[in-house]
Design a protein around this ligand. Structure first.
Ligand code: FAD
Length: 281
């Protein structure tokens, strides 16, 4: 966090905002694993102390770049001021170019007689992307199963909804097309009645969960009326003949996205009402 017009601080950050698993590290001094101070030299003590912090946070998969706070206690601030260049060097060698929120205070004494510096740390390990993925998975399960819970037959509801809520079936919501994004009413994917089945032809794109989903709530033009009318939603199993995830779309976030091609894809019929009429569209 860097307020506008403030000069950038050197070697630390004014503030840090973070989210994830929080690790608190007790004040470390320059000791080894047997709690013996390794050196009398101030700079070497700093190096060993920082290494101890890194060793501790690694126990919870924490990394130097996840350290959000360092509090330094020094017995003599002149030890620090006399060797800032060397300290900067050892700091970067252990921590990389990562500068958390820091404080440094001179104290009258430290519990360890031969320690010249003690540092405590807070590490917030980056599980944020996992949480984004979890949020996405939750949203997609809701979006894909929503039309079934709102408009589906009892057979569709009992077949899909309990398994979706347990996470055993993955759902999708396949509405968008190359030329029908915001303007959904211009979609051209067709669904033609053939006996008690529907035959789907067309292409859907930007479909989240494409390729990993078990079933697709897929919208197509049934033709009862033009424009925004005459569109229905179909539940299409991923293993249906004529259904293909024809392209994977790479994006920067962990998010499976793809294009679906439907070629004479005959919907599986579970009941008389295997499709869901979405009158609102
Ligand atoms: C990561 C990701 C995941 C997606 N997942 C799914 C999914 O699971 N299922 C699915 O069906 N779709 C999905 N989509 C598609 C998404 O819903 C569409 O991208 C969205 O509907 C916009 O369509 P478009 O990209 O064709 O943009 P367009 O419709 O071409 O719009 C482009 C721009 O023009 C503006 N615009 C359009 N029409 C007008 C107008 N009349 N007046 C003023 N401005 C207008 C829009 O606001 C937008 O800024 C996903 C997209 C992304 C990026």
């Amino acid at each position: 966090l860097q307020p506008k017009n403030w000069k950038a601080p050197s070697g630390y950050s004014n503030g840090v905002v973070s989210k994830g698993n929080v690790i608190f590290v007790s004040g470390q001094v320059a000791w080894n694993e047997n709690y013996e101070i390794v050196s009398d030299d101030f700079v070497e003590q700093v190096k060993q102390t920082l290494e101890n912090i890194i060793t501790i946070i690694a126990e919870a998969d924490g990394k130097p770049e996840h350290i959000t706070r360092l509090t330094w206690f020094v017995k003599n601030k002149h030890d620090y001021l006399a060797s800032t260049a060397e300290i900067g060097k050892v700091y970067r060698s252990v921590m990389g170019k990562h500068f958390p929120a820091m404080s440094l205070v001179e104290v009258s004494d430290l519990l360890e007689d031969s320690a010249k510096v003690e540092i405590e740390a807070i590490n917030i390990s980056g599980h944020v992307s996992n949480s984004i993925l979890a949020d996405f998975a939750f949203a997609m399960q809701g979006l894909g199963s929503g039309p079934i819970s709102l408009f589906g037959s009892e057979t569709l509801k009992s077949k899909y909804l309990p398994e979706v809520s347990k996470g055993k079936l993955i759902s999708t919501f396949a509405l968008s097309e190359k030329e029908a994004g915001t303007d959904v009413a211009s979609m051209i994917t067709t669904a033609k009645k053939d006996g008690s089945d529907y035959i789907l032809n067309g292409e859907k794109t930007w479909i989240s969960n494409a390729g990993i989903a078990d079933f697709y709530v897929l919208f197509a033009r049934t033709g009862e009326a033009p424009g925004a009318k005459g569109i229905s939603a179909f539940v299409v199993q991923a293993d249906t003949n004529g259904f293909e995830v024809s392209k994977k779309i790479p994006i920067t976030s962990p998010h499976p996205l793809g294009t679906i091609t439907l070629t004479d894809c005959r919907t599986l019929i579970y009941t008389q009402r295997s499709y869901i009429s979405v009158k609102a569209l």
